[in-house]
Design a protein around this ligand. Structure first.
Ligand SMILES: O=C(O)C(=O)[C@H](O)CO
Ligand SMILES: [Mg+2]
Length: 267
């Protein structure tokens, strides 16, 4: 069975962020991920990990002005300085948290800029980020995100992401394959896993039910089948549980929805 990580940005919305570590550990998770650590000190977050014996497996580099609607700045030519400063801050957090990978969001395609310039900026920033992160044995990840949830995002498809990763060819630059986004954008999940996991270029997996992004046992995707396939293909990384609990921010709403996880992991 794959190893699962609780995504603390989406799970446990009923709790304050700092209380979500204890809740994830109590539910049987041994790893966590979340979008952004920057509202908290790295030392406080590290203390939560230590206290609850949790491993931090992923977080995101600063995405620009998230509240204003920005979704990453890596492809934006006029934001290179900010991207690089933000990425160095992410490395500092990753070192304190013992986190081996950082997700870099590409950004939304702005009007009126030549697509070739965006691609050139994206590639140049990713090359630089992979070099910096490589000095600390950290992987850099890029994630295709579906256009229904994030219209105008620069990176929508697995083949596009793999083409970029191959072109840059840095050993620590990999794809974050979110099966929720992949199902919405392109489908054929089992064959996509068979195609991409053996390349060694998938650095992290994430899951959610489709179409509503609730628990993985709600919706059109047969996850038990895919978990067996992921094992068969020898993937030994984590699978991030990045979904919005169906019961929402009510007491025990997240734990009540974890029957699928407990059935797989509790013996
Ligand atoms: O939305 C996702 O799937 C992610 O993994 C990003 O980190 C945040 O948009
Ligand atoms: Mg994701």
């Amino acid at each position: 069975m794959p190893k699962f990580a609780a995504n603390l940005s989406m799970l446990y919305p009923e709790l304050a962020f700092m209380d979500r570590f204890a809740a994830a550990a109590a539910d049987g998770f041994s790893a966590v991920e979340y979008l952004f650590p920057y509202a908290f000190s790295a030392a406080d977050l590290a203390a939560q990990l230590k206290q609850h014996q949790l491993q931090q497996v992923l977080f995101n580099a600063p995405p620009g002005d998230w509240d204003a609607g920005e979704r990453g700045i890596c492809c934006l030519p006029d934001r290179q300085v900010e991207f690089r400063e933000g990425f160095l801050k992410a490395i500092d957090y990753a070192k304190t948290l013992g986190c081996p990978r950082i997700h870099v969001m590409a950004g939304l395609v702005p009007d009126g800029i030549d697509p070739e310039r965006l691609l050139a900026t994206y590639i140049s920033n990713l090359k630089w980020a992979a070099e910096q992160a490589g000095l600390e044995n950290i992987d850099v990840l890029i994630e295709p995100i579906n256009a229904r949830d994030m219209p105008g995002f620069f990176l929508h498809r697995q083949d596009q992401a793999h083409e970029i990763v191959q072109a840059i060819d840095a050993p620590n630059l990999k794809v974050q394959m979110d099966l929720y986004h992949c199902q919405i954008s392109e489908g054929d999940l089992a064959m996509k896993l068979r195609q991409y996991l053996p390349t060694g270029r998938v650095g992290h997996l994430q899951i959610a039910g489709v179409p509503a992004r609730h628990e993985p046992d709600i919706g059109e995707v047969n996850y038990p089948y895919l978990f067996a396939l992921i094992d068969e293909l020898g993937y030994d990384g984590h699978v991030g549980c990045e979904y919005r609990p169906k019961r929402g921010a009510v007491a025990d709403g997240t734990s009540d929805g974890l029957g699928w996880f407990k059935a797989l992991t509790w013996h």
